[in-house]
Ligand binder design. Structure first.
Ligand code: DOR
Length: 442
C-alpha cells in the first residue's frame, strides 16, 4: 500500500469523469479515480484527481485483451515491431495482447521468449508471448514447455500452421496437463490453427464458387473442420484444454458448440474479418483480402455471428497480421496471408454485431483474459483495489478507417475508407494514460 501511495504521488491520480462503467458486474453511471496502478474509487457522486480525462458519452471498461497478434519481431521489423504493435493495440483499446510465435527466429526457446519480454518493457500495453508447440513450428519435436512456462508462457501454438501429426498433438496435450504446478493451478493452453495441410495446399482463398470464377486454388472448409474434429477428440482423450483459433466455418462453430455442450474443455475465438467479410471480397484479386483461414461464404459469416452471440465462441481475437506493401503487392497466390486488426476490431464488433456493448466487452475483455489465464490483471471488474487497466470508448462516435493513420508501419487493412461506429477515446495501463483523446502517449 505504501508503494502504491508513493506511485500515486510520483505520477498523480487520474479522474475519469462523466462515463458509464461497464464490466462483468454490469453497468452503472460512475466516475473512476485511478492511481498507483490501481482503481482508487468508483463513485457516482464524482471524483477529483490530479488530472482529469473526459468520459462523457463514453463507456469506461476493463481494457481489451487480444489472444492473437502477430508482432513480427524478431525478424520482420519493417512490417511491425513490439513497440508499434503495442501502440496500435492501445489505440484499439487493448491493454493486453498475446504475441504469436511465428517470428524469425520463432518463439520456440527461452532466449526468444526473453527477447520479446524485454522488448515489451515500457510498451503501450502488456505483451504476453505465446510459444510454439513444436520446435521451429515444424510439427515434429515438442518445445521445452516446462522451461517456457517458468518464464511466464501460458499459451502454446504453432499458429500459421496446425500441428499435423495427431500423436504429436496428443503428446503436447498430455505434457501440458502436467504443468499446472508451475502456474499456480492455472491451466496451460494449447491453441490450434486448424488447417490440414494436405487439403489446403495450393489454395489461396476459400474453395467455392468464387475460387472457381477467379481461377484461384481453394482451401475447402473441411481443411479446417477435420482438425477441429480431431482436436475435440484429443481434448476428450487427454482431458487437456484446447483453444481453437480464428474459427471461420459454420461446421467448426457447430462442432465446438456441441463439444462444449458435452462438457469438453474447449474454447474458441473468431476474428473480425470472419464476421464481416466474405470470399466475394476477393473478386478484384486484391491481396489485402487474402488471409488464413480464408474469408468464407455469407452462411459461414452468419454462423460465426451466431456463435459469438450464443457463447459457442468465447472471444473476438484480431489475428492482426501486418505485411509490408511490397509483400502484399505480389500476385494473389504468392502474397502472404493476413490483415491488420488491432485498431478496427472493437468498432467492427460494435458496428456489425447486433450485440449490446456489455456482450461485446465480454467477448473482447474478460472472456479472453480468462482464456489466457491473465484474469488476475486484465478484464477485472472496475472496483477499488483492482488493477487500473482500462479503456474508455465512445460507442456512438463515427470515424473512417485509414491504414495510413494507424500505428503499424504496414498498411494492409481490408476496411480502408469504411465508416465505423465506436471509437476508443482513452486507454490506461497500470493507471497511466497511454492513449488520451485517441492520441498515443508513448
Ligand atoms: O492470415 C494469416 N496470417 N494467417 C496465419 O495463420 C498467419 C498470419 C501471419 O502470420 O501473417
Amino acid at each position: 500500500m505504501t508503494a502504491r501511495l508513493d506511485a500515486v504521488a510520483a505520477h498523480g491520480s487520474v479522474a475519469i469523469r462523466g462515463g458509464t462503467v461497464v464490466d462483468s458486474a454490469g453497468s452503472r453511471r460512475a466516475d473512476v479515480l485511478v492511481g498507483g496502478g490501481r482503481v482508487i474509487a468508483v463513485d457516482p457522486a464524482g471524483v477529483e484527481g490530479d488530472r482529469t480525462l473526459d468520459a462523457s458519452g463514453c463507456v469506461v471498461a476493463p481494457g481489451l485483451v487480444d489472444l492473437h497478434v502477430h508482432l513480427r519481431q524478431p525478424g520482420r521489423e519493417d512490417a511491425e515491431t513490439v513497440e508499434t504493435g503495442a501502440r496500435g493495440a492501445a489505440l484499439g483499446g487493448f491493454t493486453a495482447i498475446v504475441a504469436m510465435p511465428n517470428t524469425d527466429p520463432p518463439i520456440d526457446r527461452a532466449a526468444v521468449v526473453r527477447e520479446v519480454q524485454d522488448l515489451s518493457a515500457g510498451a503501450c500495453c502488456d505483451v504476453f508471448p505465446s510459444a510454439a508447440i513444436t520446435v521451429g513450428r515444424q510439427g515434429v519435436d515438442l518445445v521445452p514447455m516446462a522451461e517456457l512456462v517458468r518464464l511466464g508462457v501460458r499459451i502454446f501454438t504453432d499458429d500459421g500452421a496446425g500441428v499435423q501429426d495427431a500423436l504429436v498433438m496428443r503428446r503436447a496435450l498430455e505434457y501440458a496437463s502436467g504443468l499446472d504446478h508451475l502456474t499456480g493451478g492455472r491451466r496451460v493452453v494449447l491453441a490450434q490453427h486448424c488447417e490440414v495441410a494436405e487439403l489446403s495446399a495450393g489454395g489461396s482463398m476459400h474453395e467455392g464458387e468464387w475460387s472457381s470464377r477467379l481461377g484461384l486454388g481453394g482451401q475447402p472448409s473441411e481443411a479446417e473442420e477435420l482438425m477441429v474434429m480431431r482436436d475435440i477428440a484429443l481434448a476428450r482423450l487427454t482431458g487437456s484444454r484446447v483453444h481453437f483459433q480464428h474459427l471461420s466455418t459454420a461446421g467448426s462453430v457447430a462442432m465446438v458448440r456441441a463439444a462444449k455442450e458435452a462438457g469438453l474443455p474447449v474454447t474458441a475465438e473468431a476474428a473480425p474479418h470472419h464476421f464481416t467479410l466474405t470470399d466475394a471480397c476477393c473478386a478484384g484479386y486484391d491481396t489485402v483480402f487474402k488471409v488464413h483461414p480464408p474469408l468464407r461464404t455469407g452462411a459461414d459469416v452468419d454462423a460465426v455471428r451466431v456463435g459469438l452471440a450464443d457463447g459457442a465462441i468465447d472471444a473476438i481475437a484480431t489475428d492482426h497480421a501486418p505485411h509490408t506493401s511490397a509483400d502484399k503487392e505480389r500476385p494473389f497466390d504468392a502474397a502472404p496471408p493476413g490483415m491488420l486488426g488491432l485498431e478496427t476490431a472493437l468498432a467492427l464488433a460494435l458496428t456489425e454485431l447486433e450485440l449490446p456493448v456489455e456482450r461485446v466487452l465480454a467477448l473482447m475483455s474478460w472472456r479472453p483474459a480468462a482464456v489466457a489465464g491473465i484474469d488476475d490483471r486484465h478484464g477485472r471488474p472496475v472496483a477499488p483495489g483492482e488493477p487500473a487497466n482500462l479503456c474508455v470508448v465512445d460507442p456512438q462516435a463515427a470515424w473512417t478507417v485509414s491504414g495510413a493513420a494507424m500505428a503499424s508501419p504496414s498498411r494492409n487493412t481490408p476496411y480502408e475508407g469504411r465508416e465505423l461506429r465506436g471509437r476508443v477515446r482513452h486507454t490506461l495501463l497500470d493507471s497511466e494514460p497511454v492513449v488520451i483523446d485517441g492520441e498515443p502517449q508513448r
